[in-house]
Ligand binder design. Structure first.
Ligand code: 3PG
Length: 261
Protein backbone atom coordinates (compact mmCIF):
# COMPACT_ATOMS: atom_id res chain seq x y z
CA UNK A 1 0.00 0.00 0.00
CA UNK A 2 1.21 3.48 -0.79
CA UNK A 3 0.40 6.03 1.78
CA UNK A 4 2.16 8.47 3.97
CA UNK A 5 3.34 10.91 2.97
CA UNK A 6 2.19 10.38 -0.54
CA UNK A 7 -1.38 9.74 -1.47
CA UNK A 8 -2.73 10.64 1.93
CA UNK A 9 -0.52 13.17 3.57
CA UNK A 10 1.21 14.74 0.66
CA UNK A 11 -1.62 17.04 -0.38
CA UNK A 12 -1.93 18.06 3.22
CA UNK A 13 1.58 19.27 3.66
CA UNK A 14 1.58 22.07 1.15
CA UNK A 15 1.33 22.74 -2.52
CA UNK A 16 2.85 19.76 -4.28
CA UNK A 17 1.82 18.98 -7.81
CA UNK A 18 -0.03 15.80 -8.63
CA UNK A 19 2.80 14.82 -10.98
CA UNK A 20 5.30 15.12 -8.16
CA UNK A 21 3.05 13.13 -5.88
CA UNK A 22 2.63 10.36 -8.43
CA UNK A 23 6.35 10.26 -9.09
CA UNK A 24 7.06 9.74 -5.42
CA UNK A 25 4.34 7.11 -5.18
CA UNK A 26 6.04 5.15 -7.90
CA UNK A 27 9.36 5.38 -6.14
CA UNK A 28 8.22 4.05 -2.82
CA UNK A 29 6.02 1.07 -2.29
CA UNK A 30 5.71 0.85 1.45
CA UNK A 31 3.28 2.53 3.74
CA UNK A 32 5.31 4.94 5.79
CA UNK A 33 3.79 5.53 9.16
CA UNK A 34 7.07 5.79 11.02
CA UNK A 35 9.68 8.41 10.20
CA UNK A 36 13.18 7.62 11.47
CA UNK A 37 14.73 10.81 12.83
CA UNK A 38 18.46 10.60 12.23
CA UNK A 39 21.45 12.43 13.67
CA UNK A 40 24.48 11.57 11.56
CA UNK A 41 28.00 12.44 12.62
CA UNK A 42 29.62 11.19 9.44
CA UNK A 43 28.07 11.37 5.98
CA UNK A 44 29.90 8.15 5.07
CA UNK A 45 27.24 6.40 7.15
CA UNK A 46 24.46 7.69 4.88
CA UNK A 47 24.64 4.99 2.21
CA UNK A 48 24.73 1.96 4.54
CA UNK A 49 22.01 3.55 6.67
CA UNK A 50 19.85 3.94 3.58
CA UNK A 51 20.42 0.25 2.81
CA UNK A 52 19.57 -0.77 6.38
CA UNK A 53 16.29 1.20 6.39
CA UNK A 54 15.24 0.03 2.95
CA UNK A 55 15.99 -3.57 3.88
CA UNK A 56 13.86 -3.19 6.99
CA UNK A 57 10.88 -1.97 4.99
CA UNK A 58 11.07 1.51 6.44
CA UNK A 59 12.22 3.47 3.39
CA UNK A 60 12.23 6.94 4.86
CA UNK A 61 14.63 9.11 6.84
CA UNK A 62 14.50 12.56 8.31
CA UNK A 63 18.14 13.63 8.40
CA UNK A 64 18.51 16.38 10.93
CA UNK A 65 20.68 19.39 10.22
CA UNK A 66 21.99 19.32 13.77
CA UNK A 67 25.35 18.10 12.54
CA UNK A 68 27.64 19.31 9.79
CA UNK A 69 27.27 15.92 8.10
CA UNK A 70 23.50 16.30 7.70
CA UNK A 71 23.35 18.15 4.38
CA UNK A 72 25.87 15.87 2.68
CA UNK A 73 24.01 12.82 3.99
CA UNK A 74 20.78 14.13 2.47
CA UNK A 75 22.54 14.48 -0.87
CA UNK A 76 23.75 10.88 -0.71
CA UNK A 77 20.42 9.45 0.39
CA UNK A 78 18.51 11.48 -2.18
CA UNK A 79 20.17 9.39 -4.89
CA UNK A 80 18.30 6.35 -3.64
CA UNK A 81 15.09 5.95 -5.56
CA UNK A 82 13.72 3.49 -3.00
CA UNK A 83 14.06 5.85 -0.06
CA UNK A 84 12.31 9.08 0.83
CA UNK A 85 14.74 11.45 2.48
CA UNK A 86 13.84 14.68 4.20
CA UNK A 87 15.62 17.31 6.24
CA UNK A 88 14.91 17.81 9.93
CA UNK A 89 15.76 20.54 12.41
CA UNK A 90 15.34 23.13 9.67
CA UNK A 91 15.44 26.42 11.50
CA UNK A 92 15.36 29.07 8.79
CA UNK A 93 14.38 29.63 5.19
CA UNK A 94 17.98 29.43 3.96
CA UNK A 95 18.40 25.99 5.46
CA UNK A 96 15.14 24.90 3.88
CA UNK A 97 16.37 26.06 0.51
CA UNK A 98 19.75 24.37 0.85
CA UNK A 99 18.15 21.15 2.03
CA UNK A 100 15.79 21.13 -0.93
CA UNK A 101 18.73 21.75 -3.25
CA UNK A 102 20.56 18.84 -1.64
CA UNK A 103 17.59 16.62 -2.51
CA UNK A 104 15.39 16.71 0.59
CA UNK A 105 11.86 15.66 -0.39
CA UNK A 106 10.29 17.09 2.75
CA UNK A 107 11.27 19.59 5.40
CA UNK A 108 10.68 19.29 9.14
CA UNK A 109 11.06 22.04 11.74
CA UNK A 110 10.87 21.70 15.50
CA UNK A 111 8.54 24.72 15.66
CA UNK A 112 6.34 26.82 13.43
CA UNK A 113 8.26 29.44 11.45
CA UNK A 114 6.30 31.35 8.82
CA UNK A 115 9.37 32.03 6.69
CA UNK A 116 10.35 28.39 6.57
CA UNK A 117 6.80 27.40 5.65
CA UNK A 118 6.52 30.08 2.99
CA UNK A 119 9.86 29.19 1.42
CA UNK A 120 8.91 25.51 1.28
CA UNK A 121 5.59 26.38 -0.31
CA UNK A 122 7.38 28.49 -2.90
CA UNK A 123 9.68 25.55 -3.60
CA UNK A 124 6.76 23.08 -3.60
CA UNK A 125 8.50 21.01 -0.96
CA UNK A 126 6.23 19.47 1.67
CA UNK A 127 6.83 21.05 5.05
CA UNK A 128 6.05 19.66 8.47
CA UNK A 129 6.46 22.33 11.15
CA UNK A 130 6.35 21.52 14.82
CA UNK A 131 3.35 22.62 16.86
CA UNK A 132 2.94 22.22 20.59
CA UNK A 133 0.03 24.57 21.32
CA UNK A 134 -3.40 25.41 19.91
CA UNK A 135 -2.01 28.77 18.81
CA UNK A 136 0.73 27.14 16.76
CA UNK A 137 -1.67 24.66 15.20
CA UNK A 138 -3.93 27.56 14.29
CA UNK A 139 -1.07 29.49 12.73
CA UNK A 140 0.00 26.49 10.68
CA UNK A 141 -3.54 26.01 9.51
CA UNK A 142 -3.78 29.67 8.60
CA UNK A 143 -0.62 29.25 6.53
CA UNK A 144 -2.45 26.64 4.48
CA UNK A 145 -1.01 23.51 6.11
CA UNK A 146 -3.07 20.55 7.19
CA UNK A 147 -0.36 18.51 8.90
CA UNK A 148 1.94 19.47 11.75
CA UNK A 149 4.52 17.66 13.80
CA UNK A 150 3.19 17.33 17.36
CA UNK A 151 6.41 17.89 19.24
CA UNK A 152 7.63 16.95 21.81
CA UNK A 153 4.74 14.53 22.02
CA UNK A 154 5.40 12.63 25.24
CA UNK A 155 6.59 15.66 27.16
CA UNK A 156 3.45 17.51 26.14
CA UNK A 157 1.28 14.80 27.64
CA UNK A 158 1.24 12.03 25.05
CA UNK A 159 -1.95 10.81 23.41
CA UNK A 160 -4.10 12.56 26.03
CA UNK A 161 -2.64 15.93 25.09
CA UNK A 162 -2.95 15.11 21.41
CA UNK A 163 -6.62 14.18 21.81
CA UNK A 164 -7.33 17.45 23.60
CA UNK A 165 -5.35 19.64 21.21
CA UNK A 166 -6.58 18.01 18.03
CA UNK A 167 -10.29 18.16 18.97
CA UNK A 168 -10.85 21.80 17.89
CA UNK A 169 -9.08 21.16 14.56
CA UNK A 170 -11.01 18.45 12.73
CA UNK A 171 -9.24 19.17 9.47
CA UNK A 172 -5.71 18.93 10.88
CA UNK A 173 -3.53 15.83 10.96
CA UNK A 174 -0.53 15.18 13.16
CA UNK A 175 2.85 13.48 13.17
CA UNK A 176 3.67 13.06 16.86
CA UNK A 177 7.39 12.97 17.59
CA UNK A 178 9.47 13.03 20.74
CA UNK A 179 9.68 10.26 23.29
CA UNK A 180 7.95 7.69 21.10
CA UNK A 181 9.20 4.11 20.88
CA UNK A 182 8.01 0.53 20.47
CA UNK A 183 6.12 0.63 23.77
CA UNK A 184 3.92 3.63 22.98
CA UNK A 185 3.87 3.78 19.20
CA UNK A 186 0.56 2.04 18.63
CA UNK A 187 -1.77 4.24 20.69
CA UNK A 188 -0.60 7.18 18.59
CA UNK A 189 -1.06 5.40 15.28
CA UNK A 190 -4.54 4.28 16.31
CA UNK A 191 -5.66 7.92 16.53
CA UNK A 192 -7.77 9.03 13.60
CA UNK A 193 -5.80 12.25 13.33
CA UNK A 194 -2.33 10.69 13.25
CA UNK A 195 -0.73 10.13 9.87
CA UNK A 196 2.60 8.88 11.13
CA UNK A 197 4.94 9.15 14.08
CA UNK A 198 8.56 10.22 14.08
CA UNK A 199 11.33 9.01 16.30
CA UNK A 200 14.96 8.12 16.68
CA UNK A 201 14.58 4.84 18.55
CA UNK A 202 15.40 2.67 15.54
CA UNK A 203 18.39 4.81 14.52
CA UNK A 204 20.24 5.56 17.76
CA UNK A 205 23.22 7.79 17.22
CA UNK A 206 25.55 5.31 18.89
CA UNK A 207 24.48 2.39 16.69
CA UNK A 208 25.13 4.52 13.64
CA UNK A 209 28.52 5.56 15.00
CA UNK A 210 29.26 1.86 15.62
CA UNK A 211 28.10 0.99 12.09
CA UNK A 212 25.88 -1.68 13.58
CA UNK A 213 23.61 -1.92 10.55
CA UNK A 214 22.23 -5.31 11.48
CA UNK A 215 20.84 -3.88 14.70
CA UNK A 216 19.47 -0.79 12.95
CA UNK A 217 17.72 -3.05 10.46
CA UNK A 218 16.30 -5.16 13.27
CA UNK A 219 14.95 -2.14 15.16
CA UNK A 220 13.58 -0.57 11.99
CA UNK A 221 11.92 -3.82 10.95
CA UNK A 222 10.26 -4.06 14.36
CA UNK A 223 9.03 -0.49 13.98
CA UNK A 224 7.63 -1.25 10.52
CA UNK A 225 5.91 -4.37 11.85
CA UNK A 226 4.31 -2.51 14.78
CA UNK A 227 3.16 0.22 12.43
CA UNK A 228 1.67 -2.28 10.02
CA UNK A 229 -0.31 -3.80 12.89
CA UNK A 230 -1.80 -0.36 13.52
CA UNK A 231 -3.55 -0.36 10.18
CA UNK A 232 -3.64 2.22 7.43
CA UNK A 233 -3.41 5.93 8.00
CA UNK A 234 -6.57 8.05 8.17
CA UNK A 235 -8.12 9.24 4.93
CA UNK A 236 -6.76 12.41 3.39
CA UNK A 237 -8.03 15.87 4.08
CA UNK A 238 -8.33 17.94 0.91
CA UNK A 239 -5.68 20.61 0.58
CA UNK A 240 -6.92 24.15 1.11
CA UNK A 241 -8.53 25.84 -1.83
CA UNK A 242 -6.10 27.63 -4.07
CA UNK A 243 -8.12 30.81 -3.92
CA UNK A 244 -9.54 32.57 -0.93
CA UNK A 245 -8.36 32.30 2.60
CA UNK A 246 -7.11 28.82 3.44
CA UNK A 247 -7.97 29.41 7.03
CA UNK A 248 -11.64 29.80 6.25
CA UNK A 249 -12.10 26.27 5.04
CA UNK A 250 -13.39 23.72 7.50
CA UNK A 251 -13.38 20.01 6.81
CA UNK A 252 -15.76 17.50 8.33
CA UNK A 253 -14.61 15.84 11.50
CA UNK A 254 -12.73 12.60 10.93
CA UNK A 255 -14.73 9.58 11.83
CA UNK A 256 -13.44 7.55 14.70
CA UNK A 257 -11.39 4.75 13.34
CA UNK A 258 -12.46 1.28 14.13
CA UNK A 259 -10.12 -0.75 16.25
CA UNK A 260 -6.64 -0.87 14.75
CA UNK A 261 -6.05 -4.16 13.06
C1 3PG B 1 13.07 15.10 16.79
O1 3PG B 1 13.93 15.88 16.44
O2 3PG B 1 12.05 14.94 16.11
C2 3PG B 1 13.23 14.42 18.08
O3 3PG B 1 14.47 14.70 18.65
C3 3PG B 1 13.05 12.95 18.01
O4 3PG B 1 12.65 12.57 19.27
P1 3PG B 1 13.13 11.21 19.93
O5 3PG B 1 14.63 11.19 19.87
O6 3PG B 1 12.61 11.26 21.34
O7 3PG B 1 12.53 10.09 19.14
Amino acid sequence: MKSWPYSDAKPLFSSVSREEEEKIQEETSATIRVIPVVVLDDSAAAAPLADALAEAGLPCAEITLRTAAGAAAIGIMAQRRNLLVGAGTVLDAGQAEHAAQAGARFIVSPGFDEEVVRRCQELSVPVLPGAATATEIQRARRAGLRVVKFFPAETLGGVGALDALSAPFPDMRFVPTGGIGPANLQPYLARSVVLAVGGSWMVPRQLIADRDWAQVTRLARDAARLAAQSGPPPPPVPAPLATGSPGERTEPAPRERSQAS
